[in-house]
Ligand binder design. Structure first.
Ligand code: ATP
Ligand code: MG
Length: 440
């Protein structure tokens, strides 16, 4: 029994439905959170109702404070009802009449239990009616949540066959509740793991990214590999298991295990999406650019995500492991490294990229980030300098490509932040440039 259920933000929507004689309930992730006694703050409230899509539109389209927007689920009876601008997904109770593993043909029903019975797992087949303050739990999802078990509603083989995405949703739900996939369902997943490739890349991607964003999401690729699912998601990463460094140095971790170690330790403040991205970076930091791009593009990941992971894969290995950045010559090496990264990074993103690289390297241990952070605080782009070509000319360098070369050298040495220190460095560099040209 749940001790107390918070009032959902969507309560006014339920009041409208009930006032018009329809049933409506909160389902999905919000209910899973309530059932496992977690904070529901920020969790989407999915709504299911006996009202047909036309009735939903008629009820909310012209009512003050509400609006209805279509989303791409509309053909399946899902619409967005906006309450003071905040969107809630509202789906009409439904029953499957045919499924082919990817698409379901559905008809509307006004029976809530019929609707709940087509949902994938018992922990996702719980509903809450906030008007009657009643929990509807025909498949004992609350008991499974207490035991932290993800169990299919009905026969696991048949339920997986109806929609192969459930192969992936089961471990995602297990990760979300910090629990396990029930053994019968787990067996069915292993036996059918290959069918995951039938599911569209976009649907696989969305599940993977949600999984990676959870508190324990660093472990997601390990769980997926154990269920034989990783090869249908991130094949190049999967192929690194048991290969790579270990074959040369038997006591070292292999490339996949190093990724696990980094993903476990790397942390940056920010959203779940940011955390998911950092974990992908952790796994791909030592992979080749070709395999990184092929895995992420194969899942139709957004270009921005692919580019940010590729950037890390391009530069991470240049951070030395042997402590050489603690040596006296190190500031120069670190500036060279940072300038190289900056050449491939928009200025607005550079600080974040440096923190990502540091966070990943710190997760491997034996690294002092202070000198790199210090070097990154000084200008890395021409536009950030407090001096310009006129200052170079006024030091006697003739107009031409030499001016740009002097400014580039100024960025390399680490010019300091103030105009005074940059002018001082500049005159040293100009003197050096003159001496060099005199001696040739
Ligand atoms: P989250 O919001 O954290 O992603 P969720 O459980 O709400 O988790 P949604 O994708 O929003 O996931 O789906 C809402 C609900 O719809 C689920 O809880 C489940 O009851 C049902 N559902 C979603 N996808 C499927 C599916 N492939 N098969 C069966 N039921 C599903
Ligand atoms: Mg949801």
């Amino acid at each position: 029994m749940i001790t107390s259920i918070p009032s959902p933000l969507s309560l006014p929507i339920h009041q409208v439905f009930h006032g018009a004689g329809h049933q409506s309930v909160v389902v999905g992730g919000w209910m899973r959170h309530v059932g496992s006694e977690r904070d529901v703050n920020g969790t989407d409230e999915d709504i299911a109702t006996s009202a047909t899509p036309e009735q939903v539109r008629a009820l909310f389209a012209s009512r003050p404070s509400f609006a209805v927007a279509s989303n791409n689920g509309e053909s399946h009876g899902t619409q967005l009802v906006l309450l003071d601008g905040k969107p809630f997904e509202v789906s009409t109770f439904r029953r499957d009449v045919a499924c082919d593993g990817r698409h379901a043909k559905v008809v509307w029903t006004n029976d809530l239990v019929t609707d709940l019975s087509r949902r994938d797992f018992t922990c996702n087949a719980i509903a809450y009616d906030p008007i009657d303050d009643q929990v509807i739990d025909p498949f004992k999802g609350l008991a499974d949540l207490r035991r932290k078990v993800v169990r299919a509603v009905g026969d696991p083989y048949r339920r997986l066959q109806e929609d192969w995405l459930r192969l992936l949703r089961a471990p995602r739900m297990a990760m979300d509740i910090g629990g396990q996939v029930e053994s019968g369902l787990e067996r069915a997943i292993r036996q059918n793991a290959g069918e995951l490739s039938q599911v569209s890349a976009e649907r696989r991607r969305d599940e993977l990214l949600k999984m990676l964003g959870y508190a324990d999401g660093w472990y997601a690729p390990v769980t997926l590999a154990e269920l034989d699912l990783l090869c249908s998601l991130l094949p190049s990463l999967d192929s690194q298991r048991g290969h790579g460094l270990r074959s040369e140095h038997p006591h070292d971790l292999d490339l996949f295990e190093r990724g696990v170690m980094r993903a476990c330790g790397a942390r940056l403040a920010g959203s779940d999406q940011g955390q998911a991205r950092l974990r992908l970076m952790a796994y791909y930091a030592e992979m080749t650019l070709t395999s990184t791009a092929s895995d992420l593009r194969g899942l139709c990941c957004a270009n921005r995500l692919v580019d940010s992971v590729l950037r890390i894969a391009a530069f991470y290995r240049d951070i030395p492991r042997d402590g050489s950045w603690h040596a006296r010559s190190a500031p120069r090496d670190q500036r060279e490294f940072l300038l190289q990264v900056a050449r491939h990074t928009p200025e607005a993103k550079m600080a974040a990229v440096v923190e990502q690289l540091i966070s990943l390297r710190l997760a491997e241990g034996g690294f002092n980030p202070a000198p790199l952070r210090k070097a990154a605080r000084e200008p890395l782009y021409r536009g950030q300098l407090q001096v310009d070509g006129n200052d170079v000319l006024s030091l006697g360098i003739p107009p031409g490509p030499g001016v740009g070369r002097v400014l580039a050298s100024l960025l390399r040495v680490g010019p300091g932040a103030s105009r005074g220190s940059q002018l001082a460095q500049l005159s040293v560099l100009v003197k050096e440039a003159r001496n060099a040209s005199n001696s040739t």
